[in-house]
Design a protein around this ligand. Structure first.
Ligand code: 1HE
Length: 264
């Protein structure tokens, strides 16, 4: 099937394209977008088959909540070996988000819990509306995170914050989430998707190599010892600078054809 036909078959996602921005909406609202194996498979298929025109991606959830995390009804019958493979499968899809060729903005509302928070943490920017709240109920369910949360959430909010959430069941509201670095924007109720699409539209206008450097090089550099990170930075900077898009943009600035940096 051509990619467009394939995407149309994904019934647990609503997929919309508006110019260079593709919007993937988790579409299992009756189960609060709980992620079962089929939803995970569809998300992966969508990420692997984005049209060439997609320059930025928005991920949101249909209904009253962003995502209730792992579908717990899938869990009861799983052996230890199946559990490891299941978690590794989630890692593949979360990596497909983090290392997607197009930057990803998550638009959050209502419950962003468990695997839902792990999914949000794999995106590059998180926008929450005031109804959003963040929890890691794994601690109460007798399980542990398995979708990359232990690697990604501490990088946003710190190990102490995640430890507290998991041990005590602490739930953060949208503003607490912003203060702790879990989200970058808080907007009025119902506005997260609009804001995320606006941000994605701006991201899509950047030179592709700049976006590549930010989403692919930056997190790797942050994980390297400083001397190695600075070396990679120099290589990445030279590669980005050498690209035609960078040369055009620099000329546009020097010829006063492009706006200055202004306070927003
Ligand atoms: C579910 C799930 C789910 C809802 N798996 N079915 N995640 C959790 O521990 C969160 C569990 N869910 C909740 O706490 C609540 O459902 C919500 C706060 C998200 C939403 O509450 P509410 O009142 O809007 O909905 P509801 O009535 O609780 O749920 C509606 C239906 O969705 C209901 O099914 P129904 O057939 O009775 O209508 C719920 O059973 C179903 N539902 N959440 C299965 N999670 C890779 S490791 C990741 C590990 C985790 O993510 S653990 C955290 C799991």
């Amino acid at each position: 099937l051509p990619a467009s036909g394939l995407l149309a078959q994904l019934d647990l996602l609503r997929i919309e394209h508006a110019g260079a921005v593709t919007h993937l909406c988790l579409n299992r609202p009756a189960k609060r977008n709980a992620i079962n194996e089929e939803l995970m498979r569809q998300l992966h298929t969508a990420l692997l088959n984005l049209p060439a025109s997609t320059k930025a991606l928005v991920i949101s959830g249909e209904g009253s909540h962003f995502c209730a995390g792992l579908d717990l009804s899938d869990l009861s019958e799983r052996s230890v070996a199946e559990g490891v493979l299941h978690s590794r499968g989630w890692h593949v899809v979360m990596d497909a988000i983090q290392f997607c060729r197009a930057p990803v903005v998550a638009a959050l509302h209502g419950a962003v819990v468990g695997g839902g928070l792990e999914l949000a943490a794999a995106a590059h920017i998180r926008v929450a509306d005031e109804t959003a709240y963040f929890g890691l109920p794994e601690g109460q369910r007798g399980i542990f995170v398995g979708g990359g949360g232990s690697a990604r959430i501490p990088r946003l909010a710190g190990v102490a914050c995640m430890t507290d959430m998991m041990l005590t069941g602490r739930v953060l509201d949208a503003n607490e989430g912003e203060r702790r670095g879990m989200v970058q924007y808080v907007v009025p109720a119902g506005q997260a998707v609009t804001k995320a699409i606006a941000l994605a539209g701006r991201i899509a206008q950047n030179a592709p190599l700049s976006n590549f450097a930010v989403t692919q090089a930056l997190p790797r550099i942050a994980d390297l010892p400083q001397a190695d990170g600075l070396f990679v930075e120099s290589l990445m900077a030279a590669i980005a600078q050498g690209d035609e898009a960078a040369k055009e943009r620099l000329q546009d600035f020097l010829q006063k054809r492009t706006p200055k940096v202004v306070k927003s």
